[in-house]
Design a protein around this ligand. Structure first.
Ligand code: GTQ
Length: 371
């Protein structure tokens, strides 16, 4: 720091303080913190246990009913490193993405609305509820992946008999940070159907073909990606060598563009075969994982995060991570990341962990909060 000593002189410190009242700032003071050598996300690695999320959803059902204003019975995963974003930590699970668990009870309706954030759902529990997206009722079953790209009307209603829970992921913090938030309630409580139920998935055979009238790309040609088709895809990929980091992993795509299912969010599902021990790597995009099935652990920046079915965890930008399936059954991880944003800004970079045969030393173990 020898050569920078002058910036600590009283004269400079006085100047720094003096210009502050003109709403000016000295770059020489700010540059080391703002333009660091490599990503230093404020988001931290974290894990939420399913027991905790479930217990809190059960408490929430006693105090809140989805209605205009509050809109949804959803509890979001607030990254502890991003609490100081005002207001409400920008509901940030990573720097750019929000994730939540949402509960809807039989007979309930969550009103239709639309917004500039893109939304997706991954169904963790139950059946019989539908999401109505731009006039199409999309019925949801466990393991289904649903998309609501920005600007489309959407609401939910439950015609089944048991409580239903799913994961939401939206680019709320990203859109908030760039000042792009628009939100509009639907004039009525919920939109009326304007096309047959499950229209898009039925017409697209899950994305394999498109009707000849649909040659122009649209935002959501396929509203839902059914679990039985996803599982088949993972099983047949599983006949080949797994990826060294992610096992048998596929990305959900928009079948009319071949690109990610949402413009700003990449969604993947991966099967880690029994006993799979992945190698460590890091990349600039940050990822939110949901453990759909199975148990194991991930090492994130040297800390062991043990996970089992229903848990959620975060791998922040540029954090070393590796996944291990410790059980004798296959594990399935659903994940969302800001990979498309990194790609658009030409920031996508990846590095593998060179030491130790590609595996991190475990220096600590994360202790999750239980209800
Ligand atoms: O279900 O439409 O978790 O609009 C956050 C915002 C869910 C939804 C969330 C939303 C929704």
């Amino acid at each position: 720091m020898e050569k920078n000593n002058y910036i600590q002189s009283q004269q400079v410190l006085d100047f720094n303080q003096e210009i502050e009242r003109f709403h000016l700032g000295p770059l020489w003071n700010a540059i080391p913190a703002l333009m660091h050598h490599e990503p230093q996300p404020q988001a931290v690695p974290y894990l939420w246990k399913w027991e905790t999320l479930y217990a809190k959803l059960m408490e929430a059902k006693e105090i809140f009913t989805p209605d205009r204003g509050g809109e949804r019975r959803a509890i979001y995963l607030q990254n502890p490193g991003l609490m100081n974003r005002e207001p409400w930590g920008w509901a940030s699970t990573t720097q750019t993405l929000y994730a939540a668990v949402q509960l809807i009870l039989p007979g309930e309706t969550a009103p239709s609305h639309r917004h500039t954030q893109s939304a997706l759902r991954f169904i963790t529990e139950g059946e019989g509820a539908y999401s109505i997206v731009q006039g199409e009722r999309i019925f949801m079953e466990e393991g289904d992946f649903l998309i609501t790209p920005q600007g489309l009307w959407h609401g939910h209603s439950h015609t089944g008999t048991k409580p239903m829970i799913w994961m939401d992921c939206l680019d709320i913090p990203l859109i908030y940070s760039i000042g792009g938030t628009f939100f509009e309630p639907y004039p009525d409580k919920i939109e009326a159907p304007s096309v047959p139920d499950n229209y898009s998935a039925r017409r697209y055979a899950g994305g394999m073909v498109r009707p000849i009238s649909d040659r122009t790309p649209t935002a959501a040609p396929l509203g839902s990606y059914k679990w039985n088709q996803t599982r088949q895809a993972l099983d047949s990929l599983g006949e080949f060598e797994p990826d060294m980091y992610d096992g048998h992993a596929v990305e959900y795509i928009n079948p009319s563009t071949g690109s990610t299912s949402h413009p700003n969010i990449a969604s993947w599902i991966q099967k880690l075969p029994a006993g799979f021990a992945g190698k460590a790597h890091r990349h600039t995009h940050a990822t939110i994982y949901h453990v759909f099935k199975g148990s194991g652990y991930s090492v994130i920046n040297g800390v062991k995060f043990s996970w089992s079915q229903g848990d959620f965890f975060v791998v922040p930008n540029w954090a070393w991570h590796e996944h291990v399936n410790t059980s004798s059954a296959d594990a399935y991880l659903f994940s969302c990341s800001d990979l498309p944003v990194m790609e658009k800004f030409n920031l996508q970079r990846e590095e593998d962990y060179a030491d130790n045969n590609g595996c991190q030393d475990i220096v600590d173990e994360f202790v999750p909060l239980l209800p």
